[in-house]
Design a binder for this molecule. Structure first.
Ligand code: SAM
Length: 427
């Protein structure tokens, strides 16, 4: 076992030390490495329990409480977890911890997490977009640090999405059917985010555009802008919106946003260019209040020519056929894949990003690149860059809809980072 060097963002000069684990603040280290948890780590090191039940007997702590703590320790990279059958076995990674805290070093970031930007979220779905702004999640081996945004309120009308959010994310979600009349009573925030409903703009939907009530829902965001004047608005939708009526639909929406006193950028982002192993393109409307200097920069596409393939994302799941990884045993049974029959019935390609995970796939989820079955719900979640700890608690049809509707958290993280950097420069 080895020593672990812990760094604190803004208080540890990163260039001079080999930091193993980064924390947001001393307070967060104190809470994760509390006396109780240090005692727990010592018991794991000394007694090497085979599973959580055994650990519960050794510590006298409830299994549910221990499971949460073990997940937190793993999320912070302080322990490893081995899965076998339905159980997990915690394994110690480090035997001692050294915290590097240089009081003379601020790195310009010292107050980053204390001074959070407030945020309101609309049409929240299961919070893929929100996760990028909140940060603090792990996807495969990478930990996405907490971001300096604090959600004051989130609104979603679908009961199942709200249940999923409550199970997984620590954001104040309300089940509300949004309309323009409601928003004046919502809290004012620095940032407004919202992926307004896309069915009427999608190439595979009824294509009613702005003529349906649902197509007009972006006006709830417009109303919020008019009344609350957030510094930044980040709205999201499908790229086909820009092609409808020779660009007239896009122009109308951009004009409506800009008339509230905003500079509007439209970013067309291809998710594989940002490391997402799935072929998904999305439009982001990034609106900056006119009195602010400059605008957020379009995130740099760091994975052009190096797209991640489906196999990279899900290969380790091939042999898992139970719920040791949540939602891995949940998939639609089907006979053989058909060649050239469209994404719903074909095998995906191992070395290329997968087809788009579609919200309206129903049972026609694409096939595994090698196995003769459709992708599991967990595999779909992986391709959307949801962490394995994010559990989808409903039927396969509802779960795939929730996943397919989401912004990949990893893509959203890039957008949020750019907005964060812009806002930090304003102060
Ligand atoms: C494209 S999804 C948003 C996905 C979300 N941005 C994410 O990343 O997970 C749109 C969401 O808007 C919700 N919605 C549609 N009409 C609504 C309304 N009037 N009020 C509140 N939510 C609504 C839908 O239930 C759906 O979850």
């Amino acid at each position: 076992m080895t020593s672990c060097i812990i760094g604190i963002k803004g208080q540890t000069p990163s260039s001079t030390n080999q930091v193993d684990v980064w924390f947001d603040s001393l307070k967060s280290i104190a809470s994760v490495l509390s006396e109780e948890n240090q005692h727990l780590l010592k018991i794991i090191a000394d007694k090497k329990p085979e599973n959580i039940t055994e650990l519960s007997e050794l510590t006298g702590r409830a299994v549910s409480n221990l499971s949460r703590t073990i997940k937190t320790l793993e999320k912070h990279g302080l322990i490893n977890i081995e899965s076998f059958g339905k159980s997990i076995r915690p394994k110690i990674k480090y035997s001692n911890f050294n915290i590097l805290c240089d009081l003379s070093f601020s790195g310009g970031k010292k107050d980053l997490l204390e001074n959070k930007f407030t945020l309101v979220s609309m049409f929240t779905g299961v919070g893929g977009l929100d996760m990028g702004f909140e940060g603090g999640f792990k996807y495969k081996d990478k930990y996405f640090e907490s971001q300096p945004f604090s959600t004051l309120a989130a609104y979603e009308k679908d009961e199942k999405c709200v249940e999923t959010i409550k199970k997984n994310l620590d954001i104040p979600i309300s089940q509300v059917e949004l309309s323009e009349e409601l928003v004046n009573d919502f809290p004012s925030a620095d940032v407004l985010i919202g992926g307004f409903p896309c069915q009427d703009f999608s190439s595979c939907g009824p294509k009613r555009g702005l003529s349906s009530d649902r197509g007009q829902l972006y006006k709830v965001l417009v109303k919020y802008m008019q009344h609350h004047k957030p510094k930044i608005v980040c709205a999201e939708n499908v790229p086909n919106l820009a092609r409808m009526q020779k660009g007239a639909v896009l122009e109308t929406i951009v004009n409506d946003f800009s008339e509230q006193g905003y500079k509007v950028q439209v970013w067309d982002l291809f998710a594989p260019d940002y490391g997402v192993p799935q072929s998904r393109r999305r439009l982001f409307f990034v609106c900056t209040r006119n009195d602010l200097e400059g605008e957020p920069l379009k995130p740099e596409p760091k994975f052009v020519g190096m797209h991640r393939g489906t196999k990279w994302a899900i290969e380790d799941l091939e042999k898992v056929i139970d719920e040791t990884i949540p939602n891995q045993s949940q998939y639609f049974k089907a006979s053989k894949a058909k060649k050239g029959n469209g994404q719903g019935d074909e095998h995906c390609k191992a070395d290329e990003p997968s087809y788009t995970i579609r919200a309206n796939a129903k049972s026609r989820v694409q096939f595994h690149y090698e196995l003769d079955r459709r992708l599991t719900i967990r595999e779909c979640a992986r391709l959307q860059t949801f962490p394995d700890s994010f559990v989808f608690p409903h039927s396969a049809t509802s779960n795939v809809m929730q996943i397919g509707n989401a912004v990949p958290p990893m893509l959203s993280y890039e957008v949020a980072t750019s907005i964060k950097e812009f806002l930090l420069k304003q102060d």
